[in-house]
Write a protein that binds this ligand. Structure first.
Ligand SMILES: *[C@@H]1O[C@H](CO)[C@@H](O)[C@H](O)[C@H]1NC(C)=O
Ligand SMILES: *[C@@H]1O[C@H](CO)[C@@H](O)[C@H](O)[C@H]1NC(C)=O
Ligand SMILES: *[C@@H]1O[C@H](CO)[C@@H](O)[C@H](O)[C@H]1NC(C)=O
Ligand SMILES: *[C@@H]1O[C@H](CO)[C@@H](O)[C@H](O)[C@H]1NC(C)=O
Ligand SMILES: *[C@@H]1O[C@H](CO)[C@@H](O)[C@H](O)[C@H]1NC(C)=O
Ligand SMILES: *[C@@H]1O[C@H](CO)[C@@H](O)[C@H](O)[C@H]1NC(C)=O
Ligand SMILES: *[C@@H]1O[C@H](CO)[C@@H](O)[C@H](O)[C@H]1NC(C)=O
Length: 850
């Protein structure tokens, strides 16, 4: 146990120096000079995962950008109409809307967030939320509602009714239906007392966080009323209890019966208030209490002594003072006796301290009691020199946050201070928002603090002023918001695992730059001017990458191939090209890895798509992938062809095609032939040869059909001259006919063909004579199926066109047309029996070639 001796007290002067440079005397209404500190209060997260303080409603409600509609501050006198149906988040705050009725929100089935603060709202019609069943967040604070309205919204999670003008905290019965309500904020300057039954409807709902008060003074608190909210975990009180501290003690007793772990008292003690008794003595026995925050409060040193004694004896773990004004009203300053019991407290935060006196505070206490402290934050205090000796009595300290002060290299590492012995266990050090400048100096000094693993130097004036040499145990560094440029990578350590280089003026990154960090798991490059993420990037350990707010136009598959472990990506607010370049990212990348998808992803070009949400840009796979185009086109072509082929086959296309071919050839030759034939005449149009067995067809169909059409025929059974040798007969007939027509069938081939074999042997020329032979296939006789000995017939069938006799009647008509036009002679007069007879010898069709 050590008291602060005189030596240490002189050391305390350093501590008091914190305030010197920032003290700004200000006038208060009661005419006393109050020193207050300039600078904003900013929370900096030491683990570099700086989470933007987002509106809870957006996270809870918005799934697409078009879902957000903001009509705030537009001098509206009523809810604009119509509001798009897809609206999920609607802000109509800061207008002049005095009444809300149901018709204003009809059709907004998806409405989840509604904010209508600062509207002078006086009335809600009973049916106002009938059409918005999914409402989860309702903020109608800062209005003029004369009573707490009836609400029965099953899904409601957050309800803010604070700063209205109702005079009672009496919660309506309907609130017992708000079964999902998590946060409720109530408060009105006119409500100054809490009745025993006021919170009864909240008894059985799972309310976790209750905020009460409007900064005014409470006159009465009926003991027992808060105890009914059994599931309460956080309680914030925005009210003052001046001279009424007994009621505050009762309030603590009631909270002790809930599950409350966290307490926050805002404007608990105003400056003109006299604290009597020991209001916080109940803290000692509140078994579940873990953290306590005093905010915007006046604190006298006499009160502080009393308060701290209670804290030491309580199970509190976290203690925070936010924006407090400290006044020494005890002659010896802050005096604190030694204690010999263990203290639970392990984390203390000071965020903004105003000193009422224009002099340094006197503190006389044993630091032994806080020797177990692991977390200390001292920000917004104007500190410019590290109180080294004071710090040295905090050997357990693991996190030291000195952000938002006026420290520089010489103030933090002043020569008399041994940082190794001062911080034997320190792991996390934040020096964010100070006046540090030399990276090389800091890297050297960090070697003395050889336990520190994470260092936050964001928001300083760091420059790259020489080679840096970092200790190996330092693995996390934030240099965000310093103007460093592309060279920064060369000044960093290969041991770094987490690196924050957001807003550091980087324009280009290369694989070479990043190859120096094999252990890198977290890389934040937000708010730079990077245009391209190199495709050859290879950071095998990287799990988290933030490249939002840059100038990146597309994210390619290749980039992510080098990041096999990536689990979290943030790349929103970049000017994306909505073209095939973005196709892979939009369609194939696993969006559950993308932290800011889809709200922050918009198309910036082509101009036609500018402003479109990337999630709604739906390029077709076909238009963007060449292999797919081929893959899709090929089966389509095959299918269509197959269908056509099938159709063709089904409809006897082959037969018709053959017929067409025959007809075309005939027409063509008919022309050539017509000249040739002008001076030639025949006795018959055709000589008909057929098997006896096919005579039925020939007699009933072929002959009547052709003779009926005016053709003259030589039929071998009818017109053969009796007694002559059959071959002579054939030759005669053939020679007298314009064409020779063979009716082919199996019978014909077997019985009659032999006669013609000889005929063809004698008149080889006839076989080559184009077109004089016409074959009619009564039944299919494929050329290949004929026996070898029918060599001639085989070759004839291959060379000559033949007509197949179809069974189908429709086709038969085509058959006849074709057959007739084959026998048709350009000049009808050439077929004259008499003339033909006399000229038969001169027929050039039968010419002996040899
Ligand atoms: C609202 O009215 C004020 C005062 O008449 C005016 O200054 C302001 O520009 C108006 N705002 C809008 C959005 O019309
Ligand atoms: C409701 O709106 C007010 C005014 O903007 C804001 O201060 C308050 O935090 C909001 N309440 C909740 C619960 O978000
Ligand atoms: C809080 O509750 C515990 C029992 O749970 C009891 O021992 C203690 O006295 C209570 N403290 C106060 C201030 O009511
Ligand atoms: C603080 O001390 C001043 C006297 O310095 C006194 O007037 C004031 O009432 C005290 N305030 C509290 C909250 O105790
Ligand atoms: C700090 O607290 C004082 C009251 O003690 C208040 O007037 C002031 O607005 C507070 N400042 C901030 C930033 O909350
Ligand atoms: C420390 O505790 C012991 C017994 O537990 C007691 O005798 C002694 O008076 C205590 N000392 C102080 C300073 O409270
Ligand atoms: C996407 O990532 C999540 C989280 O890593 C994982 O659970 C899920 O299976 C992944 N989905 C696909 C389609 O790969």
């Amino acid at each position: 146990m050590t008291f602060v001796d005189s030596h240490q007290l002189s050391e305390l002067l350093c501590l008091q120096l914190w305030m010197v440079s920032a003290i700004m005397p200000t006038k208060r209404n009661f005419g006393t000079k109050v020193s207050s500190l300039s600078g904003t209060v900013v929370i900096t997260c030491l683990l570099l995962a700086v989470a933007a303080k987002e509106d809870r409603g957006v996270k809870l409600c918005v799934t697409q950008r078009q879902g957000i509609k903001d009509f705030s501050s537009q001098n509206l006198t009523q809810v604009p109409s119509p509001i798009p149906e897809e609206t999920q988040y609607l802000d109509i705050s800061h207008n002049f809307i005095y009444r809300l009725n149901g018709s204003s929100f009809s059709g907004l089935l998806q409405l989840c967030f509604l904010k209508a603060t600062h509207c002078g709202l006086q009335e809600l019609s009973p049916s106002v939320f009938d059409h918005t069943p999914l409402l989860k967040v309702l903020n109608i604070s800062h209005n003029k509602l004369p009573f707490i309205p009836d609400l029965s919204l099953k899904h409601l999670r957050v309800l803010d009714l604070s700063n209205n003008v109702y005079s009672s905290y009496r919660v309506p019965e309907s609130f017992q239906d708000l079964t999902h309500l998590d946060l409720l904020s109530l408060g009105s300057p006119a409500a100054v007392s809490v009745g025993y039954n006021d919170f009864d409807p909240l008894m059985n709902i799972s309310l976790h966080h209750l905020i009460l008060g409007a900064g005014n003074l409470w006159r009465k608190y009926d003991s027992g009323s808060l105890a009914k909210i059994r599931y309460l975990q956080k309680f914030s009180l925005h009210t003052a209890f001046c001279e009424n501290f007994r009621q505050f003690e009762n309030l603590l007793v009631d909270l002790n019966q809930t599950q409350t772990k966290s307490l926050r008292f805002i404007t608990f003690v105003p400056d003109d208030c006299q604290v009597s008794g020991n209001p916080f003595k109940n803290l000692r026995t509140m078994t579940s209490i873990r953290s306590l925050t005093l905010e915007n409060t006046w604190i006298n040193s006499s009160f502080m002594e009393m308060f701290v004694k209670n804290v030491w004896l309580s199970p509190l773990y976290n203690l925070s003072f936010v924006n407090i004004t400290y006044n020494e009203d005890t002659p010896d300053g802050f005096q604190f006796p030694a204690i010999n019991h263990s203290v639970s407290l392990s984390s203390i935060t000071f965020r903004g301290i105003n000193h009422y006196q224009y002099r340094y505070p006197t503190i006389n206490m044993s630091f032994e009691v806080i020797s177990k402290l692991t977390y200390l934050k001292f920000s917004g205090t104007g500190m410019n020199i590290l109180p080294c000796k004071v710090m040295s009595v905090l050997p357990s300290l693991e996190t030291l946050d000195l952000s938002d002060n006026l420290l520089s290299e010489s103030g933090f590492w002043w020569p008399m201070c041994s940082h190794t012995s001062t911080f034997p266990k320190l792991q996390h050090l934040s020096l964010s928002k100070n006046r540090f400048s030399s990276l090389s100096f800091i890297s050297q000094k960090m070697k003395e603090m050889n336990t520190v693993a994470s260092l936050d130097l964001s928001f300083n004036s760091i420059i790259l002023d020489g080679a840096c040499s970092w200790p190996i145990q330092l693995t996390q560094l934030s240099l965000g918001n310093n103007n460093l440029g592309n060279e920064v990578f060369r000044y960093l350590s290969s041991h770094f695992e987490r690196l924050d280089l957001s807003k550091t003026g980087i324009t280009v990154i290369t694989q070479e730059d990043l190859s120096h960090f094999p252990k890198l798991t977290y890389l934040r490059l937000s708010s730079n001017s990077i245009q391209v993420i190199p495709a050859d990037l290879n950071i095998p350990a990287l799990t988290s990458l933030h490249v939002d707010q840059n100038a990146i136009t597309s994210l390619s598959k290749e980039v992510f191939a080098g990041l096999p472990r990536l689990k979290a990506l943030k790349a929103g607010n970049n000017p994306f090209f909505c073209s095939c370049e973005s196709y892979w990212f939009v369609t194939a990348f696993n969006k559950s890895l993308v932290l800011d998808w889809p709200l922050d992803y918009l198309c910036s070009s082509p101009p036609a798509l500018a402003g479109l949400s990337l999630s709604e840009y739906k390029p077709t796979k076909l238009s963007c992938e060449a292999w797919l185009q081929a893959a899709v086109a090929l089966p389509a072509v095959i299918t269509v062809s197959a269908c056509l082929a099938l159709l063709f086959y089904k409809c006897d296309g082959i037969w018709y095609t053959k017929m067409l071919w025959v007809w075309i050839r005939m027409k063509r030759r008919g022309k050539q032939r017509s000249n040739m034939l002008t001076n030639v005449s025949f006795f018959y149009h055709a000589f008909l040869s057929y098997s006896h067995q096919d005579s039925d067809w020939v007699d009933n169909q072929l002959v009547p059909s052709l003779e009926g059409a005016g053709f003259s025929l030589c039929v071998h059974e009818r017109d053969f001259v009796p007694g002559e040798w059959i071959i002579d007969n054939i030759i005669n007939c053939v020679e007298c006919s314009y064409k020779t027509l063979f009716v082919l069938s199996k019978h014909f081939v077997q019985s009659e063909w032999c006669n013609y074999e000889l005929f063809f042997a004698q008149h080889r020329a006839l076989s080559v004579q184009r077109d004089s032979l016409v074959f009619i296939l009564l039944e299919p006789i494929p050329a290949d199926s004929l026996p070898k000995r029918f060599l001639k017939l085989r070759s004839l069938l291959r060379q000559q066109t033949y007509l197949e006799w179809p069974k189908d009647e429709r086709k038969q008509r085509v058959f006849w047309v074709n057959l007739k036009s084959m026998l048709h002679v350009a000049d009808k007069s050439v077929v004259l029996k008499e003339v033909a007879l006399s000229l038969s010898d001169t027929i050039p069709l039968i010419t002996d070639p040899v």
